[in-house]
Design a protein around this ligand. Structure first.
Ligand code: GDP
Length: 336
């Protein structure tokens, strides 16, 4: 049975009262591609904004198999036992291609999925990372308004999506595995530089020594990095997500980071910058969307591509012509 549609005000009221069913519905509106839904979603987000912001937002990344879902299950249970309320969101830029995201999948977080104080939402689908990321950022606001005090944003360690996650979280946690001594090789410097904490998973049984060794390697590598802007020194810890060993230490670290950055003012500064960054992202996205969906552009683009490839005009002249044609069609009011 479908629930009756609510007004924007009713949605906001229900979300702020902690109504999870309505929260889910509002997230569905956020994720919708229908213009009417999007407009309603924006109004709900605006209504929720005064109640949002009071959480710690934690980004969690690691390559497939690093143990993200196993760890999030254990991390989450640790928090729930302390009386916290946790929302687990995900950013998976490949979700459109792979038809159904593997990130933030409830079946992979068996204990958390049964917890009423945990809200798990798989990655939104979308044709661009920017779009998927925006929806997740907006979902954070709704979750915070609903009283979730801890937000996890999970992503897979393959590159660009980390930047998107980094731009919406307070603390960025990188999950690594001990390898053959060359564990630093495969990981991109940029990702390590983003990390506020690096945690080596599967430090259990015969793996314990290897994990400790890997931790030492990471600590050494981090020392070569310039000092972080916040003044916080990223920590390296070992733990076992599966056996739930060393979890408390990870959250002690995150609490320490929070206190430290709140005291210095960096916590707030970072959120302000992120807000500004998202404004520019939104502008970029909207302009791009408007440009590439413009009828005049759609017609002219193949021709210009061809001309550039056959070197009959330069890329800059082609770009200029396309932009002129776009501006003309805009000023004539024929955008579609
Ligand atoms: P994800 O792809 O990063 O989400 O990784 P999963 O959580 O699915 O874990 C990948 C595999 O590693 C699974 O077979 C897990 O059972 C195993 N695993 C995860 N955490 C641990 C751990 O702490 N110790 C051990 N020994 N295995 C683990």
């Amino acid at each position: 049975r479908r629930l009756p549609e609510l007004s924007v005000e009713q949605y906001v009221e229900a979300i702020v009262a902690g109504d999870i069913t309505r929260l889910s519905q509002a997230v569905t509106l956020v994720e919708s591609t229908l213009e009417a839904h999007r407009a309603k979603a924006q109004a709900i987000i605006e209504g929720c904004l005064p109640y949002a912001g009071k959480s710690i937002r934690i980004g969690i990344t690691g390559v497939p198999g690093a143990g993200k879902s196993t760890s999030i299950d254990s991390f989450g249970m640790h928090l729930i036992r302390q009386g916290r309320k946790l929302a687990v969101l995900a950013i998976d830029p490949t979700s459109e291609v792979s038809r159904g995201s593997i990130l933030g999948d409830k079946t992979r977080m068996e204990q958390l999925a049964r917890e009423p104080n945990a809200f798990i939402r798989p990655s939104a689908a979308g044709d661009s990372l920017g779009g998927v990321a925006r929806k997740t950022r907006e979902t954070i606001i709704l979750c915070e308004a609903a009283g979730f005090d801890t937000i996890f944003v999970e992503t897979v360690g393959v590159g660009q999506s980390e930047t998107a996650v980094h731009s919406m979280v307070d603390f960025f946690l990188l999950i690594q595995l001990a390898g053959t001594g060359d564990e630093l090789q495969g990981i991109k410097r940029g990702i390590m530089e983003m990390a506020d904490g690096i945690v080596i998973n599967k430090a259990d049984g015969e793996n314990v020594d290897a994990a400790r060794l890997a931790a030492a390697h990471f600590r050494n590598a981090l020392q070569l990095f310039p000092q972080t802007e916040s003044g916080w020194e990223p920590k390296v810890l070992t733990y076992s997500g599966y056996y739930a060993i060393g979890i408390k230490e990870i959250f002690d670290m995150i609490d320490k980071y929070r206190h430290y950055t709140v005291d210095t003012g960096y916590f707030e500064l970072k959120r302000q910058r992120q807000a500004k960054w998202w404004m520019y992202e939104a502008i970029n996205d909207a302009l791009k969307h408007s440009f590439f969906h413009n009828e005049a552009i759609k017609k002219l683009l193949p021709e210009m591509e061809h001309a550039v490839q056959s070197e009959s005009i330069t890329p800059f002249v082609a770009a200029h012509r396309l932009l002129s044609s776009y501006y003309n069609s805009i000023s004539q009011g024929t955008t579609y």
